[in-house]
Design a protein around this ligand. Structure first.
Ligand code: SOE
Length: 380
């Protein structure tokens, strides 16, 4: 018997669509004890909220997020709004006893994220943060190979997340589409938006980061603000590069920018161990490159594993071997894992506390760039 889970989704932008799609799909492909019911969509503009509710099949719509929290019928509050609104909504939802699904990064900074962790843990409610790239099958497979010890001792972890959409000085800051450029709404630039993904995946695969040394740059220092109509200082980091030391002794090298002309969302990582290496590229997300030093030398080389077979993570739930899935499926996978965790009483990761660890690394990266000093990471 499936149990209904009534969902109130706050935010009908890009992430609102990825999450809505996951709610619609999950029970078609995964056998779950829970079935999400799209109860209410909430967004600032009434006409848009109504249109969204009709398109995705929400039973109702509202422009007031507090109504979603106050509604006794809602079991799960899903937060898909800009980062500066996460804390207020999540803390109110926790007090109301709701399960919470929250977009990344968890908060504007570690201090705010800590309050959110305290609220959900005090209330004892299920909580999850949407670092979706962990659930690309090839990325999950990389984690499995590391956990099986196939790489042996890990020496290096390097990751990049490169984009180019803010190079023009005419791109404004603030507002619906460009809030990521407004430090008050986003908290930071590429560090919280893009490197947070890389840090989350890296710490999941390779353990906690101990210390960091970073540089950041803001290439365009003034932009028009959509809300005020005035040209204002830009407070975000446009680019960030950091080196780090992991608790396990390996060294890390991370780079992110929105000024890499030609790259739209080039997220890559490479991990080098004593026995083997792994590399992955979001633009070819089904392929895992794998080099195993134990192979016979005359055929030894980088293999390109097409991660589509039924014994590979999540792939038995989709089509047949050889056929691919994509970006949107990562949201279905994380939802399936979250729902399974709810059913079993074993929280799926990343929880708010896991995301707090990532937030502390982001804080330390920004502080290091500012002070030109190495920083030790606070433990979550
Ligand atoms: C920014 O452009 C962005 O949409 C991020 O906010 C997402 O988290 C990332 O997955 C893709 O890029």
């Amino acid at each position: 018997m499936t149990k209904k889970l009534n969902v109130g989704l706050i935010g009908y932008g890009f992430m609102g669509r990825t999450h809505s799609n996951a709610y619609c799909k999950v029970n078609h492909f995964f056998d779950m004890a829970y079935k999400p019911v799209l109860k209410v969509i909430c967004g600032l503009d009434e006409k848009e909220a109504k249109a969204f509710s009709e398109k995705w099949g929400y039973e109702s719509y509202t422009t007031d997020w507090k109504k979603v929290i106050e509604d006794d019928d809602i079991d799960l509050v899903d937060i898909c709004v800009p980062n500066n609104v996460h804390a207020e909504v999540a803390i109110a939802a926790a007090k109301a006893g709701k399960a919470i699904f929250c977009e990344k990064p968890l908060a504007l900074d570690g201090a705010q994220a800590k309050k959110m962790v305290d609220a959900v843990e005090k209330a004892g409610v299920a909580n999850f943060v949407s670092f979706n790239y962990r659930r690309v099958p090839a990325v999950t497979l990389a984690k499995m190979l590391i956990d099986e010890g196939r790489l042996g001792k890990i020496f290096h972890y390097r990751a990049n997340f490169l984009q180019d959409w803010t190079i023009s000085a005419n791109v404004p800051q603030g507002g619906m589409a460009t809030w990521r450029l407004d430090v008050k709404a986003a908290g930071s630039g590429v560090t919280g938006d893009l490197l947070a993904h890389c840090i989350d995946t890296a710490m999941w695969q390779n353990g906690q980061i101990d210390s960091v040394s970073a540089v950041t740059e803001t290439f365009i220092k003034k932009r028009m603000h959509v809300e005020t109509g005035k040209v204002e200082d830009v407070g975000i980091d446009d680019a960030c590069t950091f080196i780090c030391r992991f608790d396990n002794g390996s060294l890390g090298n991370f780079e992110s920018t929105r000024y890499a002309r030609g790259h739209k969302a080039l997220y890559t990582f490479e991990i080098n161990g004593e026995k083997a290496s792994i590399a992955w590229d979001l633009h070819d997300l089904h392929r895992l490159s794998y080099f195993d030093h134990a192979d016979e030398s005359i055929v030894r080389g980088w293999r390109s594993v097409h991660v589509t077979d039924g014994d590979m993570p999540y792939m038995d739930k989709w089509w047949v071997p050889g056929l691919q899935i994509g970006y949107e499926h990562t949201f279905v996978h994380q939802l399936a894992d979250f729902l399974e965790g709810l059913d079993k009483g074993e929280p799926a990761s990343p929880t708010f506390r896991d995301a707090l660890a990532t937030q502390y690394v982001c804080d330390a990266v920004l502080a290091s760039a500012k002070d030109k000093q190495w920083k030790t990471i606070k433990k979550a």
